[in-house]
Every structure is written in structure tokens, then in C-alpha cells.
Design a protein around this ligand. Structure first.
Ligand SMILES: N[C@@H](CCC(=O)N[C@@H](CS)C(=O)NCC(=O)O)C(=O)O
Length: 140
């Protein structure tokens, strides 16, 4: 019924907007015409970040767990320069977070990857450091 009130373009956009990884079709959000991120561009960005960086941390700038994970690397692996993507500071941050959940089953940040392996959030990263697994991964 709702869709019948919309123009065909709006109806299609409304339906695509509900898709998990929308394709590049314009849709209205809060009266602003915006473009949905393509699944492949977000997927490529995340996969490239993981593949091209020894340490990749998907983070949010205000997140205390992220701060602890970033501090662990700064203090214990000062020679490394992790790639840190602050999802709250990016237009595509929500789409990246959705893709990470799809990929790893983890919906929270931080989401830490070392040498292409997902370590997990802060708790798992701290535990991996204590066990020696994190150091092993960093020095692969
Ligand atoms: N036990 C998790 C806690 C992570 C967590 O709760 N992160 C919050 C931000 S501080 C989160 O991702 N909330 C959902 C969101 O921001 O979308 C860990 O150690 O990483």
C-alpha cells in the first residue's frame, strides 16, 4: 500500500534501501538525495585494508575499547604503523561496519586484523597479546 503512494523510482529506491548491501542507486534519506555505497566498493576497501596492511584496526574515535586496542599496539609494537579506520568519521562507516559483520560475525568495534587474520575486538586482542599469539602474528 505504501509503495503505491510513491513514484516508481522512489518505490524501487525504497526497496533497495532495505537491502543489506545496496547497489549504487540514488535514494532519499532524511530528504537528502544520496547515493548508496556499492557493495563492491565497501568490500574492496575493507579487503584491501586488510590485505595491504600488517595491522588494520576498524575503530570509532570515541570508543574506549578501541582506544585500549590502539594503545596496546602503540606501546608494544611501536615499530608498526597500524592502519586505523575511524568508522564514525566516514560517510561509508556504517556500510563498512555492516560488511565487517557479514565477513566476521562481529558487529562491534574495534575489529582488529593482523597479517590478514581477524584477531577480534579489544578483549580478544588483549588476550592474544597475553598468550603470545598476537606477537607471533605480528612477526609472521
Ligand atoms: N567486548 C568488546 C566490546 C566492544 C564494544 O562494545 N564496542 C562498542 C563501541 S565502544 C560498539 O561497537 N558498539 C556498537 C557500535 O558502535 O555500533 C571488545 O572488547 O571489543
Amino acid at each position: 500500500m505504501l509503495l503505491r503512494l510513491l513514484s516508481p523510482t522512489q518505490a524501487i529506491a525504497r526497496r533497495i534501501n532495505t537491502a543489506r548491501f545496496p547497489v549504487a542507486v540514488p535514494f532519499n534519506t532524511h530528504n537528502n538525495l544520496r547515493f548508496a555505497h556499492t557493495m563492491s566498493s565497501v568490500q574492496d576497501l575493507v579487503e584491501n585494508a586488510i590485505a595491504s596492511n600488517k595491522i588494520a584496526i576498524f575503530s570509532k574515535s570515541w570508543c574506549p575499547y578501541c582506544a585500549r586496542a590502539k594503545k596496546l599496539f602503540q606501546e608494544n609494537f611501536p615499530e608498526e604503523t597500524p592502519l586505523v579506520l575511524e568508522l564514525d568519521l566516514r560517510d561509508d562507516g556504517d556500510a563498512i561496519q555492516d560488511y565487517l559483520e557479514h565477513k566476521t560475525g562481529q558487529s562491534t568495534v574495534p575489529n582488529v586484523f593482523v597479517n590478514k587474520k581477524q584477531v577480534g575486538g579489544n578483549d580478544k586482542t588483549q588476550a592474544a597479546f597475553k598468550s603470545g599469539e598476537l606477537t607471533r602474528l605480528v612477526h609472521l
